[in-house]
Design a protein around this ligand. Structure first.
Ligand code: HEC
Ligand code: HEC
Ligand code: HEC
Ligand code: HEC
Length: 115
């Protein structure tokens, strides 16, 4: 885990640390979950969304690392996608797994790639 992830967790208090990801409220959006830890500013410059999403993508990477540093669902998309192309923060809930068929038409899944 990066230092920034750890400090975000400490900022959110010990409650976040003692919960496994599966214990996070599943009916909460990713954006609400992150807002509780660090406010809208954790992703948006002064709390306002950018026109192209590039600023937000930088913030994701500064805490989570880049696509090239993540597992094989992520790596092949390095240079092609931003995090929010799959993890739409305001539309998807914590723990909700992104699907593939909005872009690939061969029935691939995360499981078939991760093996
Ligand atoms: C986990 C990161 C994250 C957090 C936290 C977050 N947002 Fe966003 N938000 C995004 C991303 C990514 C987009 C799409 C970015 C783009 O295309 O400009 C977005 C888009 C938006 C939009 C544009 C309309 C839409 O829904 O696409 C608004 C308005 C917005 N956010 C407001 C907020 C507010 C207000 C907060 C705090 C209550 C917040 N966001 C917290 C990541 C986040
Ligand atoms: C191609 C779509 C895609 C993109 C782009 C993507 N992800 Fe993912 N992500 C997934 C899928 C599918 C999973 C669930 C399978 C897994 O654990 O790898 C996942 C899992 C995760 C998890 C683990 C959730 C958990 O606790 O199990 C995190 C954190 C995450 N992604 C963050 C990111 C970040 C940060 C980025 C951008 C740097 C990103 N993802 C870009 C599809 C994507
Ligand atoms: C300020 C640091 C920070 C930023 C910025 C940030 N995250 Fe996170 N994110 C965290 C922490 C801390 C967690 C909880 C621990 C974990 O699951 O790694 C988390 C959890 C997640 C999870 C897993 C939730 C689950 O299902 O368990 C996903 C997916 C995720 N973030 C995606 C994103 C995306 C996409 C962005 C950018 C739009 C982003 N994050 C920006 C710190 C951050
Ligand atoms: C938002 C669009 C989008 C989504 C959603 C998406 N991908 Fe991709 N994927 C791409 C793009 C763009 C490329 C790079 C161009 C290419 O090679 O087709 C790519 C390439 C790949 C590659 C390497 C090349 C290949 O076709 O084998 C793999 C593996 C892959 N994706 C797996 C997945 C999996 C698994 C999921 C679902 C968890 C997924 N993708 C979801 C857009 C997406």
């Amino acid at each position: 885990m990066s230092k920034k992830i750890l400090s975000a967790l400490f900022g959110a208090g010990l409650a976040a640390l003692t919960m496994s990801p599966a214990a996070f409220a599943a009916d909460e959006t990713l954006s609400d979950f992150h807002t509780e830890m660090g406010g809208c500013e954790s992703c948006h410059d002064e709390g306002s969304p950018s026109a192209d999403g590039a600023y937000e993508f930088e913030q994701c990477q500064s805490c989570h690392g880049g696509l090239d540093e993540m597992n094989d669902v992520h790596k092949p998309h390095d240079g092609n996608l931003m995090c929010a192309d799959c993890h739409a923060p305001h539309d998807m809930n914590v723990g909700q797994e992104p699907t593939c068929d909005s872009c690939h038409d061969d029935d691939r899944t995360a499981a078939s790639v991760l093996k």
